[in-house]
Design a binder for this molecule. Sequence first.
Ligand SMILES: *Cc1c(COP(=O)(O)O)cnc(C)c1O
Length: 799
Amino acid sequence: MPKDTLTPTLPTAARFADDIVTHLMSSLGKDPDHASDNDWRVALSLTVRDRVVDPWFESTRATYAAAGKRVYYLSLEFLIGRLIEDVTINLGLEKVATKALKRLGKDYDALVVLEADAALGNGGLGRLAACFLDSLSTLGIPAYGYGIRYEHGLFEQHFRDGVQVENAEAWLAQRNVWEFERPEVTYEVGFGGHVDYTEDGAATWHPTDKVIAKAYDTPVVGWQAKWVNTLRLWSALPVVNFDLDAFNRGDHLGASAPESFARTLSRVLYPDDTTDQGKELRLKQEYFFVAASLRDLLRRFQSEGYEIETLADHVAIQMNDTHPALAGPELIRLLVDEHGVAFDAAIDLARECLGYTNHTLLPEALERWSEGLVKHLLPRHYAIICLLNLRSLEATGTPILEHGEVKMGELSFVMAHRVNGVSALHTELVKELVFHDLHAAYPDRIVNQTNGVTPRRWLLSTNAPLSTLITKTIGDDWVADLEQLTALEPHVDNAAFLRNFDKAKRANKVALSNWLRDHHGAAIDPDAMFDIQIKRIHEYKRQLLNILETIALWNDMRDTPTATWTPRVKIFGGKAAPGYAMAKSVIRLINDVAATVNTDPVTRDWLQVVFPENYNVSMAERLIPAADLSEQISTAGKEASGTGNMKLSLNGALTIGTLDGANVEIRDHVGAENFYLFGLTAEQVRARRTQPDYARAAIEASPRLKRVLGQIADGVFSGGENRYGDILGMLWDHDYFLVTPDFADYFETQRQIDVDYRDRKDWTRKAALNTARMGWFSSDRTIAGYASDIWGAKSMLTN
Ligand SMILES: *Cc1c(COP(=O)(O)O)cnc(C)c1O
């Protein structure tokens, strides 16, 4: 595909302004004199969107013409955030749009923040899916993302007296300008009922409950719009909209019952990234989107006239974690029952199409469903799973059915031709711990694809000061080829470059300080070190370790106020699952400590704790460019990869971290001297857990820690009330996540950081080296790896 056929020529600002006004009037029906800023934002978005359509159609036509392979990325989560800047930047329109709006008396930056943040995901897993879509388009690989169009994304978090409260999120309350409704693309999805078997092994399933899946398409624009893929999200509708008989009988509520049953399926995202199993609705959601997606991709495949036996030459399906694991049995069912493929051939064909990405080592996060529930909801699939179970037992001795449950990890493994972990360490632990026996039977199946992040969103768009400096220094090829950042390395010994690097960081810190002042009432000094921990609140991520260290530091400052202290702002961001009591206690403790510490006249110039509520992608985009220090302090062996660690280091933050997940590879890339390592290794963690009373021993060995725990017990941060018995009991008794054994090393490492930060020039040099050496962590590299090692998919771009 010659590249200029897809690159739209840029309009003038005058023309663009006219188009915005036209949209305002004819698409929104608004008089420019009376339009709100939000109306202008929608008109701007529609004007930008107009320029997506041509390259989108071109990409689709080129894909049909080439008759190649399409990638289907199945994910229950897509944590997209706002799209307007992403699309505008990828189209190269940001200057034109800014100028055009200025002519109209409007400010681009003020309008774009009015778009709702699409939070159709919990955290890293969902954000990875969004970064992957961006990279698939930038690399020009024909692909669809498939998921659910949740009416309510991840809850909105508020703090009431320091306690997390959750409110329903309503991103669709405003018009979603990026999606195209496809009323003609619908599939019936069934549940329950019975199965009639025929003698040749095929069957007919007669489900009793049915819903309709309706498609909504969002174009996903790659860098410079050379390629545009599609994110297709399914919304659930009733088969019969309305029970007219019931209505006529006077039962007005009952008349709407079918509608509310169906709509429940796409109503809410489950707000937990680790433990939602066992809930019937969740299993229904999983089958709902898998069934619609597979029917859709088979329809597309058949429309091209191929023989079913060639399916794997044209279709690669990736299961993002086990949530889409029913794709295995569902594809077998469709092949056997509807396409007449023999059972064994169907298993092999399905496996050739399917890949599975494992995202977790936490045992509670590995999905299991009760056999009874699966049998009741999906009787045909249950029969297929029973057969797969027998085959697996024969071939490897590993069951898929155990203790009355279907193990979705094992099911995914046996139905995938490749299983991948998401960092080098994680992949080794997956081989050793999660799938030990299956790995022994299929030693070539597990491969590694270390996660990455898209540089378009996480550097170019979110960090204008730094990306401008980079482009001035080495040109702009880095945007689509991030390893070009190594060309910055020679410049880190150039004083002028370092000054400019520092200036960019300071500009971002000033912007963040202003935003925190205006929106969260926090008064912080942009010259202090910005020490940032942003991610879901979870025990394994150890926000608790961070806040305990904060208290210990506060104590030291108060003990010796005459010493030299490096001013620090500790910034936290993250949500706890609504049912996760310990994580919610940690949130409250952080807020309590903030309230005490921030007003202390002795320390307030040196130490501030800030926890803005409702962390999401948009907030991440504000925080990350301003970070000096990135907290990646999970218990070693628990964080599969992390991607927040990559975003922060790429933006010139130094990391304090354990040897966990992708931290290991980040440290290898940026250099051990530019990374603050502390804590037990994964192996030491496992050994330590076998020692009796290791937590008590660690507390007794650290007077600082013991004092901190005593203060919490005494209610120093909670008005004399003993509010944190749960946390203290956990720490003294078992401390499964080893906060106490890692405390002393963490504290000492932080004090070294205090000293190092005062040497501003050397710190900036290290920060710049982080940016220069993080190019490998582009999701473009990850996707290129999936394409070659798992999918056998090719780029459609010639250059
Ligand atoms: C990147 C990202 C995450 C993942 O962060 P980790 O530190 O890897 O857990 C979670 N939430 C949002 C909004 C993100 O942008």
